[in-house]
Design a protein around this ligand. Structure first.
Ligand code: GAP
Length: 453
C-alpha cells in the first residue's frame, strides 16, 4: 500500500487533504491525474448502467435534503450506528467490531491481544451506539429547527424522486434510476488510504421491481456488476462475492451480496448488491403521506415496488484499479534503467480509464522544426483525446514516466517525421513501435483506443 500511496502523491493522483495544515483525517484530494481517472471510471459506469439500458435513467439529487428523509429511512435511529469503544488510557475510539474481546483487528490487520493500537492501553469502555450521520445546520439560525444532514447514501435522493422520475419519463416496472454523487459518514475508524473515508463518492442504481420475480433480477445484477469490474481489466482471481449473514444485514436489507477485491491488506468490499424489499418506499409513504402503490398495467395487481440496489464506491473502485494495475519490473522493462536494482513502475490501466490517452514527445527539444511539428500534432489531438505534451529529459525517461501513469500510447516526432510527415507510435503494453502518417493519426488512435462518446 505504501508504494501505491507514494506513487499517487508523486504523480498527482491523490494528495492528503489540507496538507499544509497538517492534513485532515480521512479526507483526500484527487490531483490532476486522479480526477481524470476518477471521471473515466464514472463515465464507464454511466455508459454501462444508463446509456446501455433503455429502462434505466439518471438523476442528480441534492446532497442536503429534508431531515424527514433520514427519519423515514431509519438512518437517524440505531439502524445506522456502529458500536464504539474507547481506550481508557488515550481516549482513542474504535469500532467495536474491529475489536475482538478487546483485541484490535482493524480491516485485515491483527494487533496484539487486548491492546489499544495507538498507546498500548489494555482497558476499554463498554461498547455504545454511535450514529454515523453528519449533522449540519441550514440557514442563519443554528437551532433544532435548522438541523439537516449530509446524505449518508445517495439512493435516498432517488427514492424521494421515484414518482417524479416515473411519471415524467413514463416508466413501467421494472425500471432503474442511477446516480453518482458524494456521501458522508462519520466513520469511527476510517483508514486504509481512500478505502474508508468520511467523505466519499457512490455510484448507485435502484431497480424498482415487482416482489414476485426479484430473485432472478438480483442474481442477474450480481453477475452484470462483477463483469463490469472484469471489463475494466481487474483480474478475476482478485474479485469475489461474499453473501451477508442474517446478523450482518443493514437495517434496510433483506439480502446483501458484496463484491470484494483482494487489497494488499486483504479482501474488502467495493460494491454491495442489496435486496431492500419495500423498506424504502413503504417508509417514505408512511412518513410523507404519498401513495407509492403501483398498479401493474397487465395483471392490474397493486403493490409497493421492491428495490434491488447496486451500490458501488467510486473511491474503492479507483483504489482497486490502481492496486490491480500496479507492476514493478526489476531491472526495467526496457533494460535502459541505469541500476539493475532499480525497478520500473508500470500501471497497466485499461485504455478506457487511463488518465492520459496519448503523450506527444518531440525526440529532441532543441530542434525547432521537430518541436514545431510535435506542437502541431498535440494541438490537433487535444480536442479528441486527453493528451500530454512532454519534452523534458531523454526519450527513455519520458517513456518510463508515461508507463508509470498508465498512458497507453506514446507518439514520438523525430527527424524522419519532418521528411515523411509521420511519427512513431509506441504501445505501452507490448513496447512495439510502428510508424503512422500524421494525417491518419486521429482515426488510428480512435480505433486503437476504442473510444466511446
Ligand atoms: N445505499 C447502500 C449503501 O450505501 P453500503 O454498503 O453502505 O451501501 C456502498 O455502501 C458502497 O459505498 C460500498 O461498497 C463502498 O464501495 C462505498 N463506501 C461505503 N462507505 C464508504 C467509506 N466510508 N469510504 C469509502 N467508500 C465507502
Amino acid at each position: 500500500m505504501q508504494k501505491i500511496i507514494s506513487l499517487s502523491k508523486r504523480r498527482g493522483f491523490i494528495f492528503p487533504s489540507s496538507e499544509i495544515y497538517g492534513g485532515f483525517a480521512s479526507c483526500y484530494d484527487y490531483g490532476p491525474l486522479g480526477v481524470e481517472l476518477k471521471n473515466n471510471i464514472k463515465k464507464q459506469w454511466w455508459i454501462f448502467m444508463v446509456q446501455e439500458n433503455e429502462n434505466i435513467v439518471g438523476l442528480d439529487a441534492s446532497i442536503l435534503m429534508s431531515p424527514k428523509v433520514w427519519q423515514a429511512s431509519g438512518h437517524l435511529t440505531a439502524g445506522f450506528a456502529d458500536l464504539l469503544v474507547e481506550c481508557k488510557k488515550c481516549h482513542s475510539r474504535f469500532r467495536a467490531d474491529y475489536m475482538e474481546e478487546g483485541k484490535f483487528i482493524g480491516e485485515g490487520k491483527t494487533k496484539e491481544k487486548n491492546q489499544c493500537p495507538l498507546c498500548g492501553g489494555k482497558e476499554f469502555t463498554k461498547a455504545r451506539q454511535f450514529n454515523l450521520m453528519m449533522k449540519t445546520f441550514v440557514g442563519p439560525v443554528e437551532d433544532d429547527a435548522s438541523v439537516s444532514y449530509l446524505r449518508a447514501e445517495t439512493c435516498q435522493g432517488i427514492y424521494v424522486n421515484y414518482k417524479n422520475v416515473k411519471d415524467s419519463m413514463r416508466l413501467n416496472i421494472p425500471f432503474g434510476i442511477a446516480q453518482i454523487g458524494k456521501a458522508f459518514r462519520n466513520e469511527i475508524t476510517p483508514g486504509n488510504f481512500i478505502f474508508r473515508m468520511r467523505e466519499f463518492e457512490q455510484m448507485e442504481m435502484q431497480f424498482f421491481v415487482s416482489p414476485n420475480n426479484k430473485e432472478k433480477i438480483f442474481n442477474s445484477w450480481k453477475e452484470k456488476r462483477i463483469n463490469w469490474y472484469l471489463s475494466l481489466g481487474i483480474k478475476k482471481e482478485n474479485l469475489r462475492f461474499r453473501e451477508h449473514k442474517k446478523n450482518e444485514l443493514a437495517h434496510y436489507a433483506k439480502r446483501a451480496v458484496d463484491i470484494e477485491y483482494k487489497f494488499p491488506w486483504g479482501w474488502g468490499e467495493i460494491e454491495g448488491i442489496h435486496d431492500r424489499g419495500d423498506w424504502d418506499l413503504s417508509n417514505h409513504s408512511k412518513y410523507s403521506g404519498e401513495d407509492f402503490n403501483y398498479i401493474d398495467p397487465f395483471s392490474k395487481k397493486k403493490f409497493i415496488p421492491n428495490i434491488i440496489e447496486t451500490s458501488a464506491g467510486v473511491d474503492r473502485a479507483f483504489l482497486a484499479l490502481l492496486c490491480d494495475s500496479y507492476q514493478e519490473i526489476k531491472g526495467g522493462r526496457t533494460k535502459t534503467t541505469k541500476s539493475a536494482k532499480e525497478a520500473e513502475i508500470f500501471l497497466k490501466l485499461d485504455k478506457k480509464i487511463a488518465p492520459i490517452k496519448a503523450a506527444v514527445l518531440p525526440l529532441v527539444k532543441n530542434n525547432l522544426e521537430i518541436v514545431k511539428k510535435a506542437r502541431e500534432v498535440y494541438q490537433a489531438l487535444k480536442p479528441y483525446f486527453m493528451c500530454q505534451y512532454d519534452k523534458i529529459s531523454s526519450i527513455g525517461r519520458r517513456y518510463r514516466r508515461q508507463d508509470e501513469i498508465g498512458t497507453p500510447i506514446c507518439l514520438t516526432i523525430d527527424f524522419e517525421s519532418l521528411m515523411h510527415n509521420d511519427l512513431t507510435i509506441r504501445d505501452r503494453d507490448t513496447m512495439k513501435q510502428e510508424r503512422v502518417k500524421v494525417k491518419n493519426l486521429i482515426s488510428y488512435l480512435r480505433e486503437k483506443l476504442n473510444e466511446q462518446s
